[in-house]
Design a protein around this ligand. Sequence first.
Ligand SMILES: NC(=O)c1ccc[n+]([C@@H]2O[C@H](COP(=O)([O-])OP(=O)(O)OC[C@H]3O[C@@H](n4cnc5c(N)ncnc54)[C@H](OP(=O)(O)O)[C@@H]3O)[C@@H](O)[C@H]2O)c1
Length: 341
Amino acid sequence: METTNKQIVLAARPVGFPKPSDFKLVESPVPAPGPNQFVVRSLYLSVDPYMRSRINPGGKSYARSVEVGEVMVGGVVGEVEESNHAGFAAGEFVVGMFGWQEYAVSDGAGVRNVDPNLAPISTALGVLGLTGLSAYFGLLEIGKPQPGETVVVSGAAGAVGSIAGQIAKIQGCRVVGIAGSDEKVRWLTEGLGFDAAYNYKTVSSNYRKLLTLCPNGVDVYFDNVGGEITDAVIRLINVRARLVICGQISQYNLEKPEMGPRWLWALIVKQARAEGFLVFQFADRSDEALRQMARWIQEGKVTYRENIVDGIENAPRAFIGMLKGENIGKQLVKIAEPSAR
Ligand SMILES: NC(=O)c1ccc[n+]([C@@H]2O[C@H](COP(=O)([O-])OP(=O)(O)OC[C@H]3O[C@@H](n4cnc5c(N)ncnc54)[C@H](OP(=O)(O)O)[C@@H]3O)[C@@H](O)[C@H]2O)c1
């Protein structure tokens, strides 16, 4: 077993867009498990947009901020290396919030086992993890799509958006995706079966483009990005439309909050509903949702893509790249291979 634990800590609170120097690689001894604890060796790390708000000064978010000098927060799939815990044996695969580090000690709180026979273990951080659950509950519980309705997804080629759009197709909807490159747009229409998609970076008006792609208006909007794109979609909503506010990534790196058009009147006129959600509010139903997602994957109704960067030292680069849109599908960092037990 290794004796050194490489960790990425927060070196400085970013101002605006994060930079590599906001993070620092440090080394510490590999921890030993105490009574009722186990040590996990990290295999895959998830980098996610929510981490941007966790490195802001405290008090602004729904969860505690990471302090300067502290290991970055993050979901990890790993292998139990050594265990004094009755519920987790050495050699088992687990997923939990173990942070940006090669080894972590855990008492099992918030940790679940990962079945390597169900799907590749990395999917426990993506389509068979919080990503898939966000798409599933956000779309089905908040969006309540009906067959024949038009569903627009922003951030559509990202981890959550690409799954939300496919679930909308399964529900019999017409699905229109918005994404930031021509390659992403091709994947959405040719690879995932979206009915239409466009590159928001190359259109002069999101509104005019959406007008042509959504001739019957918009019934459900799955919003990952906010900002100008959302302002444009809202002008096209139908009576009783549902706006699923999943994320607002266009706003996360701004130094000053952006002022946009005041569009709430549209909710009155269209008797529409905008509702935000946190995936954790559905935690008691996650087993049911993961079983359904696994079935859809096995039936070929949901496909997923992973963008994998190698090495814990490259986690900051992967995180910043994801915020810039370099990922197609789920952004992961591969830290190590499973053991050959
Ligand atoms: N509510 C919840 O419980 C919950 C849970 C998970 C995630 N989320 C939210 O869901 C959203 C998607 O998360 P994810 O993990 O699936 O990330 P992701 O979509 O895989 O990655 C982020 C994507 O955001 C897009 N983006 C970045 N800046 C943008 C901008 N200014 N305007 C438009 N698009 C921009 C980029 O794609 P382009 O190339 O298309 O720009 C990038 O690939 C995030 O807002 C996240 O905070 C919410």
